[in-house]
Design a protein. Structure first.
Length: 304
């Protein structure tokens, strides 16, 4: 099967853990070993990843570079380690490539007026309030803590799509659309330029999966799947569901909401299946024995 696998930024940097090169490599090593189980069974993979903790950390350094440039920097940083660990975990003649991927957004997207995408570390309420004043950041509540929020416009077009397809045709395992892709807009003269934003990784990955007509779209994170009544004594893991059933439920806009929406868009657009679950459970997500699987009840595409 052709599978687009989206690695969550928080799954690659554990919540509450100090972000270091060592800790990031340890998390990426777990991801690589899990992804290797899919490669060993002959699946064709296209790998994307989040970068919220990483790009937030770089932005905290107070340098002169905007978010689109920091996004490109984190794509190279994460892609390099992921390529290396995949090569270490998957002993074969496989070829890997990390591709900096520009994704066009609408400069008039309403998301620019309501920043909602979490990036960076989790802060206490007092520390977050101070950062908001000192740096002019927009802050939002994320669970029991607080994080910086930035605009997250919807992806419209993947500029390097033909290059990705060329690499796939040559049996290259492509790491692309990192951090949701590098956000760019088209100027009136037709040229492209970066813009201060972070595209949601799951929406960008879903767009990629639809454009490549993938059979499956996996979103790997730090939780077991999608839960009903999350955070309450009645929370229950949703094992099998459909886009229509999920559309009747409500999920947090800053975390599970985009994953659910991207999964439903993919299933409706391709007839394949999507699955959401833990980073280490790749093979079980494909087989349907772990996580949350979303598919149309009338589709035969993409396995059982």
């Amino acid at each position: 099967m052709r599978i687009v696998v989206a690695l969550g930024g928080n799954a690659l940097s554990k919540r509450g853990e100090t972000l270091t090169a060592r800790s990031q490599r340890a998390s990426i090593r777990i991801a690589a070993k899990s992804l290797a189980t899919l490669l060993e069974t002959g699946h064709e993979l296209i790998i994307t990843h989040g970068n919220g903790p990483q790009v937030g950390y770089l932005a905290l350094q107070g340098g002169p570079f905007p978010l689109d440039v920091l996004g490109a920097e984190t794509d190279g940083m994460i892609g390099y380690v992921l390529q290396q660990e995949l090569d270490n975990a998957y002993a074969s003649d496989a070829r890997f490539a990390t591709l900096l991927t520009q994704i066009e957004v609408d400069p008039n997207d309403p998301a620019f007026q309501t920043p909602s995408k979490f990036i960076g570390a989790v802060y206490s309420e007092n520390d977050a309030a101070k950062l908001s004043v000192d740096r002019g950041w927009t802050i939002g509540a994320d669970g029991t803590g607080f994080r910086r929020t930035v605009p997250s416009p919807r992806p419209k077009r993947i500029l390097e799509l033909e290059v990705i397809q060329l690499l796939l045709d040559q049996k290259v395992i492509v790491i692309c659309a990192g951090g949701g892709g590098i956000p760019v807009v088209q100027k009136p003269d037709g040229t492209m330029i970066g813009i201060e934003a972070v595209i949601d990784k799951d929406h960008a990955s879903g767009l990629l999966a639809r454009a490549l007509n993938a059979d499956a779209f996996l979103m790997l994170t730090d939780v077991k799947g999608v839960f009903d009544h999350w955070g309450t004594p009645d929370q229950t893991l949703i094992r099998q569901t459909s886009p229509d059933a999920l559309s009747k439920k409500s999920f947090p806009a800053g975390s599970m909401g985009p994953k659910v929406e991207a999964a439903c868009d993919f299933v409706r657009g391709t007839g394949g299946f999507s699955a959401i679950g833990k980073l280490a459970d790749c093979a079980d997500l494909v087989s349907g024995t772990s996580g949350t699987r979303i598919r149309s009840p009338h589709s035969a595409k993409g396995g059982a």
